[in-house]
Design a protein around this ligand. Structure first.
Ligand code: L34
Length: 315
């Protein structure tokens, strides 16, 4: 039996971060230091560790990060006031509002308050809309990271049948849309499955590329995967484990030990999609800084709206 090749997200992330570090160094010579404004509300331990990792990654490539942590009791007004300050801070080119927000807060109102040209998560409806119609926009970090893993591992999406399990606004929906687009990273035939799908396995077994973002530990078992499929596991589930110092270990949505005997390529958890999510946030923020500094960008997914235009649409 052949064992799947591991798609090393950590290594691909390190390669992209090295490219970004060089770009940041060039920008600094022109007097621009790309800056990320961070908003973290509450004390969810996973969110804290992701945000800390994002800020550390910023510093490692020479970027500036403005760290803002509010207590779980923070009011909607406090969060909105913080977002507004970051909107108006010229040192901040991108804004990250880490999700989920505590339940008493109105998440969509907060996301709508972020100026679209600083919306490096790609969650503002203006960016979502632009992405869906194929206009230049900030692509959400996890979906973009998945596309980069595929592209940089030589996995062709063109003409492939990609089955996405999960329909969240931050992963499944945008990923399905990006994969549909007629460009080098897309042009796939896309099937989206979710908790309402009957006989999930009958769909997942048809996948050339199976991408799982359902948030259910080890839900994809070997019998649900076609021999030779490429499997991307977006799940990061914390399972309690008394033998670990942290008290938990990370488990994906894919049953790695059995699926790796069936797939041709597979991402591990940890060390797969997670590090790419962080990296694409840096990428989008460097991009935002270039744009806000007036640089023209020729890349296919470069955000095109001028700050003034984008501002109009945000009112
Ligand atoms: N606004 N909220 C906003 N943007 C995002 O892009 C996110 N996401 C998701 C949750 N909320 C968000 C993240 O940042 C998930 N996510 C994320 C980021 C990083 C990692 C996982 C999820 C990550 O680095 N995972 C590591 C293991 C980390 C650990 O040890 O806990 C990995 O190797 O998978």
């Amino acid at each position: 039996m052949k064992i799947a090749e591991i798609l090393d997200g950590k290594k691909i992330a390190a390669d992209i971060r090295a490219e970004l570090a060089a770009e940041v160094a060039r920008m600094k010579q022109r007097g621009i230091t790309p800056g990320l404004g961070v908003v973290l509300v509450g004390d969810d331990p996973a969110s804290h560790s992701y945000v800390t990792a994002k800020e550390q990654a910023c510093r490692e490539i020479g970027m500036y990060s403005d760290d803002n942590r509010l207590p779980a009791s923070a009011s909607q007004q406090e969060v909105l006031a913080l977002v507004e300050r970051l909107n108006n801070d010229p040192c901040v080119h991108g804004i990250l509002v880490q999700l989920p927000l505590p339940r008493h807060l109105n998440e969509s109102e907060v996301l709508l308050a972020v100026r679209p040209e600083k919306d490096v998560d790609g969650f503002h409806p203006v960016n979502v809309g632009r992405m869906v119609i194929g206009e230049p926009a900030y692509w959400p970090c996890t979906p973009h990271g998945v596309l980069q893993i595929l592209a940089r591992s030589g996995v062709k999406t063109d003409g492939a049948h990609v089955v996405v399990v999960g329909r969240s606004n931050i992963v499944g929906k945008p990923l399905a849309n990006l994969l549909l687009q007629k460009n080098a990273l897309g042009n796939a035939t896309v099937t989206v499955c979710h908790t309402g799908t009957r006989d999930l396995g009958s769909f997942t077994r048809q996948a050339d590329i199976l991408i799982v973002a359902a948030g259910r530990p080890r839900m994809i078992t070997a019998d649900m995967v076609r021999e030779g499929a490429v499997v991307i596991d977006v799940g990061v589930n914390r399972m309690s484990d008394a033998s670990r110092k942290s008290g938990f270990r990370l488990v994906g949505d894919v049953d790695f030990d059995t699926v790796r005997l069936k797939a041709s390529k597979i991402t591990p958890v940890p060390g797969g999609v997670g590090p790419m999510t962080i990296t694409m946030l840096l990428y989008n923020t460097v991009e935002a800084a270039r744009r806000l500094a007036g640089a023209k960008d020729e890349r296919p997914n470069a955000p095109a709206s001028k700050p003034a235009e984008a501002e109009k649409t945000n009112t």
